[in-house]
Every structure is written in C-alpha cells, then in structure tokens.
Design a protein around this ligand. Structure first.
Ligand SMILES: Cc1ncc(COP(=O)(O)O)c(C=O)c1O
Length: 414
C-alpha cells in the first residue's frame, strides 16, 4: 500500500512499527517529481507526495463547487487534523500550534509578541537565518534592542559554554537559534542551549525551518518557548505555509502578537478585547484552506514514513555526497561542525554562480545558490561570496547522489 492511500489509523500503525529501512521505491512511486528531476533542493522546497497534491487540488475543487466558506465548514475535521498532526510531529499539544503563511511570518509574529525595551539583548548565533538577523537589526533600529552573537567553536557550530556565559552576563530578553542554517550543513545543539535557557528562565525561540521533516524535533526535549517552521521543505507540504509553536506557559503568561485580529481575540467591548487561550491567538482569520489541508496531509505522511527512519537515511545520503565532493580537488566543501545534516554546501572557485547552477540544471539536477548576503557572518568566516547547495531527502537514491557528484566532476572538467 502506498503511504498516500493510508488512512489515519494505518499511519498511526505504521508509526508504531517504525518502518526501517525505508521502502525507497514505494516512496518514489508516491512522488511524481521523481520521474522528472534529480531533486537535490529539498532545503529549498521538497517534492510533494501524491496525497498532498490531491488533497490540495480536491479542496480547491470543492471550493469552486460549493463555495469557499462552505468548503471549509465541510472539511472542519480535516482542518483540525492540521493541529493534531503537526503537534504529534513536534511533541506539542494541538492548542500550541498556529498556522502561518511562511516560517518568516511565523517568526515575525512571534517577535512582535515580545515587549522589547531599549537596551534589551537578543542573544543569537553567527549562523541564524538572514531574515531573522534582519528582524533583529530592525528591532535595534526602532526599539534600541542590542544584538549579541555567541561565538563559534574553532571547528564550527556555536560554542554552547560561551553562549551560556553570555546568557548569564546579559540576561537576554530573547535567545534565538536556528537549528539548521540555510547556508550550511551544520546542525546546532538546540537542546543543549535549551537546558541553559530553562535553568535561567530565558525566553527561547528556535527556527526549525530546515529540521522539521528531516530530523526529530521535540519541543519538550529542546525546551523552547517558541518554534517556527515551514511546511514546504523537508516536510514536503505545499508552498506558502508554515507554523508557529507557542508553549502553553507562554500563552498563559499573556504573550500576544502586536497585530492581533478577530480570529486571535474577542472584541469584548468598545475599549477592550480578550486574546483566545490557544495559539490561534497568533493566526489570522483568513486561511488558505487548501494549503492548510495539504500541510495536514504532509505532516501525517511524515509521521507515517517515520521521523526516525527519515533521520537515519537523509543525513547519510548527504554525507555520501559530501564525501564524493570532498574527493575533488577543485571543490571546497564548506560544511563544518560537530553534527551535520542533509544540506551540503560547497564552493567551486573560479566559476560564476549562475553558470555553475545552469550546468547542473541542464543535467536535471536541482540545486540552489547561497550568497554572502544570506550569511554575512558565516560566509565572512569561511571567506566565500557564494556557494552551491545540494540537499537530498529520503526519497532520493544513492544513484542520484552519485550522479550529482559525477555531474560536478564533469562540469569542472569542461
Ligand atoms: C533556516 C531557515 N529559516 C527560515 C526560513 C524562511 O522560511 P520561509 O521562506 O518559509 O519564510 C528559511 C528558508 O529558507 C530557512 O532556511
């Protein structure tokens, strides 16, 4: 049976059975894009499984047939499924999940809930996502918030002991860490950092955009207060989607987004309003229901495939690719750190970025480019202006990874 055809009960059973190793052929049969491309751009956007595609299309058709509001009402149970499946994926409660149109939207909504005062410190790493860094700088410009970057270890990855010392020295208003940076194969030790945040009772925000769907992400084990992710990358959901996790303790403490709307709050009188109790407080009233239902299916699918099985295969495919690239003298693999994930970044000195990517495109190998302006600190440390990024997922084969490495060799030999 294809995972697309499984119902909720089947997928729960598959979860307890821990399907190791994965049936890659069946998973590829479930993924129409596998017939057309060697998709090594999962860190950009994963290929959707058939069931995600059909869920989205079916809802758009239903909207066209019976009306948008009526279609949402008709699929109310499935809408609820988004919260239960997403919560199950990260070990949260459904009421702690808010849907968002992107990870960045989830992130800025979360930031807007923090009553920053001039002089407050945000403690982050040298590898946090570009848009997060821009938001911190913008908070600095408008509210006088100070930004402190924890140093890296000599071999890469944040120095947790140094970061903990900075926590004690600055008592930051917020500690913000990107689990897997977009510009590097690094996996940051978010649970280790979380232990220090809990000990010091510091607000802790994790950007898990690249890790959800690739690695187990457990909010209780991480000890975060807030966590953001997209559904389109390793979770394989539709574009234009993401979510925010808000811990119950944060909701109870009264955090609410600056621009709360009629879905997040009740207008209780001419001069008063009351935020709702759940993380719906961070949502907008208007929803792309077809997309949301596609995300619910993507989360269900990920659980059915098995997060542990994915986590044992996906980074291993990346490690295989990294090894093959490392063997090539004209390639400089840039990934550093004690733990590496499924993103493989490398420089090819002497080449123009678009030229190299186009040569991979011509071989139907999907890749991505990262530029200095995406990673001022990390690329500054590494002394590069741009790099190529290849990011396999569990449905890629060893042959595809080898083909991509051979394509790099061939292009370099031109
Ligand atoms: C680590 C990380 N955080 C956040 C984002 C932003 O996600 P979105 O494009 O959904 O806003 C990305 C996107 O590449 C990312 O890699």
């Amino acid at each position: 049976m294809l995972l697309s055809d499984m119902n909720q009960h089947d997928s729960a059973t598959a979860l307890t059975r821990a399907p190791l190793p994965l049936d890659v052929a069946a998973l590829r049969a479930d993924t129409p894009g596998c017939e057309h491309v060697v998709h090594l751009n999962n860190a950009g956007c994963g290929l959707t499984p058939r069931s995600v595609l059909s869920t989205v299309v079916a809802h758009l058709e239903l909207e066209a047939r019976i009306g948008g509001y009526e279609a949402a009402a008709a699929r109310a149970d499935a809408v609820t499924g988004f919260y239960t499946q997403t919560a199950a994926l990260i070990n949260a409660r459904p009421g702690e999940i808010a849907f968002a149109g992107s990870a960045t939207h989830a992130y800025s909504t979360a930031l807007s809930a923090i009553p920053f005062q001039p002089g407050d410190v945000i403690l982050t790493t040298r590898d946090d996502f570009v848009s997060n860094q821009l938001a911190f700088l913008s908070l600095g410009k408008r509210f006088g918030v100070r930004l402190v970057h924890a140093p890296d270890l000599p071999g890469g990855g944040v120095d947790v002991a140094a970061m903990a010392a900075l926590m004690r020295a600055h008592r930051p208003r917020l500690v913000a860490v990107t689990h897997i940076p977009t510009n590097s194969g690094l996996v940051q030790p978010v649970a280790e950092i979380g232990r220090h945040c809990r000990e010091l009772d510091l607000l802790y925000l994790v950007d898990a955009c690249q890790s959800v769907g690739q690695l187990p992400v457990d909010v209780a084990a991480i000890g975060c207060d807030l966590l953001t992710a997209t559904c389109r990358k390793f979770l394989r959901g539709p574009r234009g989607s993401g979510f925010l996790y808000v811990a119950d303790r944060v909701l109870r403490a009264g955090y609410e987004p600056l621009f709360i709307d009629m879905h997040g709050a009740r207008w209780t009188g001419p001069d008063s309003y009351r935020p709702v109790d759940t993380a719906a407080r961070f949502e907008d009233w208007e929803f792309p229901y077809a997309t949301l239902l596609g995300c619910a299916e993507a989360a269900r699918y990920a659980l059915a495939v098995g997060v542990d099985a994915v986590a044992s295969r996906t980074p291993a495919l990346a490690a295989r690719l990294r090894d093959k690239l490392q063997d090539q003298p004209a390639v400089r693999v840039l990934d550093r750190g004690p733990q590496l994930g499924a993103l493989v970044t490398f420089a090819v000195p002497g080449w123009q970025p678009q030229e190299f990517k186009a040569a991979l495109d011509a071989r139907r190998v999907n890749s991505a480019l990262s530029f200095r302006e995406f990673a001022q600190l990390d690329f500054g440390d590494k002394g590069v202006d741009w790099c190529l990024r290849l990011s396999p997922h569990y449905y890629n084969t060893e042959d595809e990874v080898d083909l991509a490495a051979a394509a790099v060799t061939e292009i370099l030999a031109r």
